[in-house]
Design a protein around this ligand. Structure first.
Ligand code: NAP
Length: 416
């Protein structure tokens, strides 16, 4: 293993690093996988989820494979140990070990430090936030046909209003920017405005869309929808749409076809083997995903749209406690629960660990351990069908047995 020095991380005595060769992962039988427990409910769900992942790997491979866990620190635990919220050790370890998983981290609204999650994504250049949203049989839902939901959202992860370029009302920076814009462009921005900047670049858009199209082709998906608000924000969101179509047209001409071409040249019937590329304006997308759910498949969108859409979609199939996610760069990947730290439930052992458990399932698929991933999925479905669920699902179901976080995880393991 290449020598690497950490300030405070003690490397495990067993296990090996996942290697990268010819743009592919080479996964040993005992990969070292770093994890960040997270703040708030993080410790509750991480403990439960690790029990499930370990049991699935043991069951699937009879002891010939095992994950060697390595704890990294971020958030409150890092503050105690390092005196800072996001130490260098953590960035360097994720880069070094290639694949990692995390619980949620606290971000105060309005004041204080910027989001740790955003900092991790930007520093490690994890440019695609990938969120599959699919119905699991037995999960309660507020809609009539939740089984029609089977989408994967690819959300751009490094720019847009999340780039963190903003200044508060009354600051010297805001004053300078406002004065410049009003003077040079004859605008009338009130001096008592806060200012934010929304950069959307061709490069970041196209690498995100490229990843989404490659995924759609590899997985045999039917369509890829570009979601944008280009009717209003023409040179950011509108450009996102144009650059996305350009990637499809120039890089995947054999594998993709536009919705327009399907209508005009093929009478509305998609030629076999082609991924249909279409686009929708963001507000209409929120309606369509409710009313015509099964017409959407892979969705590629900018950062803020993707944030909103993934929570709205998750609500249709069981809520935030059920939705997994990952932040992926060229190969480095950080899997994570998509919900936050839910501080009022911290340490109570009551919340739903499924989001993190399913993110771990995605991670196992990512490293090619498909059998363990499938065991997790089927055991989770079985547990929910037995109506043994945490409070969030129990309150939407009749005659459910409400169990705590750890009890729910134990039931999943028993069902493997
Ligand atoms: P949140 O922590 O996601 O919680 C909002 C609500 O969602 C909870 O009160 C709960 O609803 C439900 N919920 C979330 N996780 C659940 C789970 N595992 N099981 C069951 N229900 C769950 O959102 P927030 O209160 O807006 O944010 C709290 C902190 O988390 C903030 O500092 C925020 O910045 C941070 N955050 C971090 C991440 C991340 O690390 N990726 C993501 C989002 C937010 P009920 O009360 O109705 O039961």
């Amino acid at each position: 293993m290449k020598e690497i020095h950490f300030d405070k991380i003690v490397l495990p005595s067993e296990g090996e690093k996942i290697q990268v060769a010819e743009d592919k992962l080479v996964v040993p039988d005992r990969p070292i996988i770093p994890f960040i427990e997270g703040d708030g409910i993080g410790p509750d769900i991480m403990r439960a989820a690790q029990g499930v992942w370990n049991a699935a790997v043991a069951k699937a491979y009879g002891g010939s494979r095992k994950i060697v866990w390595l704890e990294l620190f971020a958030g409150e635990k890092a503050l105690q140990r390092y005196g800072e919220l996001l130490p260098q050790d953590t960035f360097r370890a994720i880069e070094h070990f290639v694949v990692a998983i995390k619980g949620p981290l606290t971000t105060p609204v309005g004041t204080g430090y910027r989001s740790l999650n955003v900092a991790l994504r930007q520093r490690l250049d994890l440019y695609a936030c990938v969120r599959p949203v699919a119905y699991l049989p037995g999960v309660p839902s507020p809609v009539s046909h939740p089984e029609q939901m089977d989408i994967v959202i690819f959300r751009e992860n490094t720019e847009d209003v999340y780039a963190g370029i903003e200044w508060p009302k009354g600051s010297e920076e805001a004053h300078k920017v406002i004065s410049y814009l009003n003077r040079e462009f004859h605008l009338h921005i009130p001096q008592d405005s806060g200012i934010g900047v929304k950069p959307i670049s061709q490069r970041a858009t196209q690498r995100l869309v490229r990843k989404a199209i490659q995924y759609a082709i590899r997985q045999g998906r039917r369509s890829l929808t570009i979601m944008h608000k280009g009717n209003i924000m023409k040179y950011t969101e509108g450009a996102f749409r144009d650059w996305a179509y350009q990637v499809a047209r120039e890089e995947f001409p054999e594998e993709t076809i536009t919705e327009k071409e399907v209508q005009e040249k093929y009478g509305g019937k998609t030629p076999p083997g082609k991924v249909v590329i279409k686009d929708r304006i963001a507000d209409s997308m929120f309606q369509q995903i409710l009313t015509r759910t099964d017409q959407y498949d892979v969705i590629a969108t900018s950062n803020l749209n993707g944030d909103y859409l993934s929570d709205a979609c998750a609500a249709q199939v069981g809520g935030l406690g059920m939705a997994p996610g990952a932040n992926i760069g060229d190969l480095t990947a950080l899997f994570e629960a998509t919900h936050g730290t839910a501080p009022k439930y911290a340490g109570l052992d009551v919340v739903n660990p499924s989001s993190l458990i399913l993110s771990g399932k995605m991670m196992l698929e990512y490293i090619g351990w498909q059998d363990a991933a499938e065991l997790i999925q089927s055991a989770l479905v079985k547990t929910i069908q037995q109506r043994k669920v945490t409070y969030d699902l129990a309150r939407q179901m009749q005659d459910a047995t409400r169990v705590g976080t750890s009890e729910f995880a134990s039931a999943i393991v028993e069902n493997m």
